[in-house]
Design a protein around this ligand. Structure first.
Ligand code: SAM
Length: 358
């Protein structure tokens, strides 16, 4: 696995040489277009690095492509050292699922796709500025057409990828802030001062319901109700509203899981958002057309689902849970589901909260 320093070095090399950046871009694009790579990325083989010496996918320029990736430090033991996702013509280098879970940068781009679709549905897809409170490698923030971007994350490794992806996607550095930040501390001082016009805050925080420390990776651990960092994001949003000039229009779009009661249409997270900003300002959408959980890299189970079915199913994920701990993880998820049930929250939903603060 490339170290975080290695990733910053790769970003610096691409920044210094547009010729190398072009070659790397071409090589990654060719990979993404190849059947063998797509098959790897969507299946259980993604648990190990993609072999670059395998058949198919590299076309007539294969050797040159590999040389560019090697020169950029993206080849390791005959395999691609990173994962690359492509969406709407943009490329996103990130960690593969083989990287240690407590350091790994979020590998998947489907949630960013959902975020963009929701923004379009709301007519919010072309704001003057995007502030991403948990940018990961930049899947969401770099997907928007906007004049200014602020990309924050608590994981320095994510920031290295975000910078690399900024360069790969030709996004100007002058209009982009990429900074280390814990959402529990709000946003860094001064960030708000530079923002003008319509500001869209996006938050795809870790939102998995966790039965205990260390069970879920850094990218997914949202505490026992999935809302620990969502609550911090709501507070950050309120603080930003106070800090931004009155002429700016502030919108926020957040993705997440929440426990609640499907029969009563009552969900914990939107209730908290409505309590913070008022019913009319915070809107909840349950994403009926999306599955509720990710198991083995793919979204699975109907949305909403019974918590007692959904949570223990997470223990079956071979990408996140090792065989040795599967049984105890399953049991701790059963207990967590029981706690929510006893508190009147038998169901789990995947959805979005949209907040508009004039
Ligand atoms: C589900 S991932 C989403 C990343 C990115 N938005 C994407 O779609 O690829 C959640 C992100 O939250 C970051 N994160 C975790 N705890 C955080 C915190 N306290 N403050 C800010 N970011 C945090 C993780 O490092 C990770 O990048």
């Amino acid at each position: 696995m490339p170290s975080t320093d290695d990733l910053f070095r790769t970003a610096r090399a691409l920044r210094a040489s547009t010729e190398l950046a072009d070659r790397v871009r071409r090589a990654l694009r060719a990979l993404c277009d190849s059947k063998s790579y797509r098959g790897w990325r969507d299946g259980p083989e993604q648990a190990n690095r993609f072999r670059l010496d395998g058949e198919g996918g590299h076309g007539a320029d294969g050797a040159a492509d590999l040389a560019a990736l090697d020169e950029a430090g993206l080849v390791e033991a005959g395999g691609l050292a990173i994962r690359v996702n492509d969406r709407e013509g943009r490329l996103f280098a990130t960690d593969g699922v083989w990287v240690d879970a407590q350091r790994r940068v979020f590998p998947f781009d489907d949630e960013a796709g959902t975020m963009l679709r929701l923004a379009r549905r709301l007519g919010w897809a072309t704001p003057d500025a995007v502030v991403d409170l948990a940018c990961g490698c930049g899947h969401s923030a770099l997907g928007f057409d906007t004049a200014q971007r602020v990309m924050l994350d608590v994981n320095p490794r994510a920031l290295a990828y975000a910078e690399l992806n900024r360069i790969l996607n030709g996004v100007p550095g002058a209009s982009t802030v990429i900074a280390l930040n814990d959402v529990r501390d709000g946003v860094p001082r001064g960030v708000a001062r530079g923002l003008r016009g319509t500001v869209l805050v996006i938050a795809n925080m870790p939102f998995g319901l966790s039965p205990g420390a260390g069970v879920l990776p850094l990218t997914s651990d949202g505490g026992d109700d999935g809302l620990v960092l969502q609550a911090a994001a709501l507070e950050t949003l309120a603080a930003l509203r106070r800090e931004l000039p009155a002429v700016t229009r502030l919108q926020a779009l957040m993705l997440g899981l929440t426990a609640g009661c499907a029969a009563e249409g009552r969900w914990e997270w939107p209730q908290r958002a409505a309590a913070a900003f008022g019913e009319g300002r915070a809107r909840w959408s349950l994403l009926h057309d999306e599955s509720v959980l990710r198991i083995d890299g793919r979204r699975a189970l109907a949305n909403p689902s019974r918590l007692r079915d959904a949570l223990p199913a997470l223990a079956e994920c071979t990408l996140y849970v090792g065989d040795a701990e599967r049984r105890s993880v399953r049991e701790s998820y059963r207990e967590l589901a029981g706690r929510h049930e006893r508190a009147g929250r038998p169901d789990l939903a995947y959805g979005a909260v949209a907040v508009e603060l004039a």
